[in-house]
Design a protein around this ligand. Structure first.
Ligand code: HPA
Length: 273
């Protein structure tokens, strides 16, 4: 067996021993959005640091654990925090959790993040449904020998964010009265925020929001045939679009303000999935 498959299976078997039921849906909670996991009743939580070979986040606002539980009748696996490329992890490490979740049985994936607003009239506090992404500014997580047990060498990316799941997210927004905008997400490596000139470049390229995660996880999930949905919490205007300097504190503060709305929307989306 290849080293990567051994690593995935090792983490998955460790987690399987702790679970009563295999998760069908996986959720990754981004910066400041982790509170949703605390609302799961009778959940089983597993700290990332307790899983042999599993990458552990060093970022403030990222809790670093799985919560396994149920939304309605559906078994879900929730990641409260993720690791990022800028922390020094390889892309293989960054997407390992997604591969472990697939190995556990998850067929659908909801990715969430905090992002800076660039276009589509997005302002701080908005929630944005990802309609597509631009991953051209980060290395592909699929570089290197292809592991054919996971997926094909040249996976199609023409509908990364499933149209049916997008429809469910819009329906969830309508039913809960939470406003949900649309847009294209662009991933950068960070950790520095963008310059105003970079933000103008990304806008010209068609990006509506910019952040430091998600697109590579979505690529990895699509490689394995998972159905993906993405939601950004717009925590700030991207650099140069407001006079204020950017800070992680501002990102967390805005995410805190939106948390209740975000959780309402996510819960309904998961029920509908
Ligand atoms: N840029 C990049 N990543 C981010 C931002 C931003 O403005 N806000 C939150 N995450």
């Amino acid at each position: 067996m290849s080293a990567i498959l051994e690593r995935i299976n090792g983490c998955a078997s460790f987690l399987e021993q702790k679970l009563k039921e295999k998760p069908k849906i996986a959720v990754v909670l981004g910066s400041g959005l982790g509170g949703f996991a605390d609302s799961i009743e009778n959940g089983i939580s597993v700290e990332y640091r307790d899983i042999p070979g599993f990458p552990v986040s060093t970022v403030e606002g990222h809790r670093g654990r799985f919560v396994f539980g149920k939304i309605g009748e559906k078994p879900v696996a929730i990641m409260q925090g993720r690791v990022h490329f800028y922390e020094g992890y390889s892309m293989e490490d960054v997407v390992l959790p997604i591969r472990v979740l697939r190995a556990l049985g998850a067929e659908k994936l909801v990715l969430t993040n905090a992002a800076g607003g660039i276009g589509n009239g997005l302002t701080p506090g908005d929630l944005m449904l990802l309609t597509d992404h631009i991953a051209s500014f980060v290395p592909s997580p699929l570089l290197g020998p292809n592991e054919s047990a996971l997926g094909p060498r040249f996976p199609d990316m023409s509908e990364v964010y499933s149209n049916p799941l997008q429809e469910k997210a819009r329906q969830a927004a309508l039913e809960t009265g939470v406003s949900l905008k649309n847009g294209v997400y662009l991933q950068v490596t960070g950790p520095s925020y963008e310059t105003p000139a970079e933000v103008r470049l990304y806008k010209a390229l068609g990006a509506d929001a910019v952040g430091m995660s998600t697109a590579v996880e979505a690529v990895c999930a699509r490689h394995m045939g998972m159905e993906v949905c993405g939601i950004s919490c717009i925590t700030n205007l991207a650099a140069g679009l407001s006079k204020a300097p950017l800070s992680h504190e501002e990102v967390q503060e805005t995410a805190d303000h939106v948390a209740a709305q975000f959780q309402k929307l996510l819960r309904r989306l998961l029920e509908l999935m």
